[in-house]
Design a binder for this molecule. Structure first.
Ligand code: CP
Ligand code: NVA
Length: 307
């Protein structure tokens, strides 16, 4: 029997993704109203393995806290203290770990690495960020939009900045959640060409941030230098001048437009400090919190468990 993984948003149908968002909203309400059925502990006896080959705050804490709230356990594994860090092949690690735990999340560099891991895992694998995609963040982002503004279908989203893993996840989200996406990146920092051409029906590439944001319902950005690109920081700051999201830019968006950023944010670079802290537009703290609720819904789905 094939195992259901979550390596990109394309692994699940649009309907399944929408029902995960609804589940996440329901789980969040139950937690806030203290009506979660604590006695049920739907994940009791289940263990999540968490492989982090890069740093994390939100992803680690949301998965660990989520598993604890559902009655399960989580094991944090870093390359510093596993054999993976000493060169044990990813295939062998996948085969061994998946005999011991029920679910595995992986944060790593090349996307091919998580694909190889998943091919050799007998339990579901969740992408917790690769160089190409960050699908868990998109679950939280869509949940946040739905909570604040309702259905995202038919809306226009503007991506301003680097054509990175978050931007590429937005491309897949546009297809799965049925919205239009305008992308403004500096020359040389566009997302993957094949991905763009396979989604050409709903994507517009803009030369300037202003064009992308004009009338948009949601404006999103991310760091100009992702993890692993630290040495390019200076060059990137030069290349991305003119791509900062700030109040001046947001003034061009729809009156009800929201601002999102997966965090961590670099104030004064990709986003102004004032905009990040302005609750009229910025929903970044809800967005971060929703990682918890959305991933609980995802883990329950992948383990075919109700809560
Ligand atoms: N947004 C996000 O994935 O944050 P962390 O790197 O802190 O996990
Ligand atoms: N694009 C960023 C996202 C961090 C959550 C990175 O890959 O570092």
């Amino acid at each position: 029997m094939s195992v259901q993984h979550f390596l990109t948003l394309s692994d699940l149908s649009g309907d399944t993704l929408k029902s995960l968002i609804a589940d996440a909203i329901r789980l969040k309400k139950a937690l806030k109203n203290n009506t979660s059925n604590a006695a049920a502990r739907p994940m009791q006896g289940k263990v999540l393995g968490m492989i982090f080959e890069k740093a994390s705050t939100r992803t680690r804490v949301s998965f660990e806290a989520g598993m604890a709230q559902l009655g399960g356990d989580a094991i944090f594994l870093s390359p510093n203290d596993t054999q993976l860090g000493r060169g044990e092949p990813i295939e062998d690690t996948a085969r061994v770990l998946s005999r011991m735990v029920d679910l595995i999340m992986v944060r790593t560099f090349a996307h091919e690495r998580i694909e190889t891991f998943a091919q050799h895992s007998s339990v579901p694998v969740i992408n917790a960020l690769t160089e190409d995609y960050h699908p868990c963040q998109l679950l939280a982002d869509i949940q946040t939009y739905v909570e604040h503004r309702g259905d995202i279908a038919g809306k226009t989203v503007a991506w301003v900045g680097d054509g990175n893993n978050m931007c590429q996840s937005y491309i897949k989200a546009a297809a799965q959640f049925d919205f239009k996406l305008r992308i403004a990146c500096p020359e040389g920092y566009q997302p993957n060409t094949e991905l763009l051409s396979s989604h050409a029906d709903r994507i517009v590439i803009c030369n300037q941030a202003q064009q992308a944001v004009d009338g948009a319902h949601l404006v999103v950005t991310d760091t100009w230098a992702s993890m692993g690109q630290e040495e390019e920081k200076k060059n990137r700051q030069l290349a991305f001048a003119g791509f900062q999201v700030n109040h001046e830019l947001m003034a061009l968006a729809d009156q009800e437009a929201l601002f999102m950023h997966c965090l961590p944010a670099y104030r004064g670079l990709e986003v102004s400090a004032e905009l990040l802290e302005d609750p009229r537009y910025s929903v970044v703290w809800d967005e971060a919190e929703n990682r918890l609720h959305a991933q609980k819904a995802l883990m329950l789905y992948l383990l075919n468990t109700q809560a």
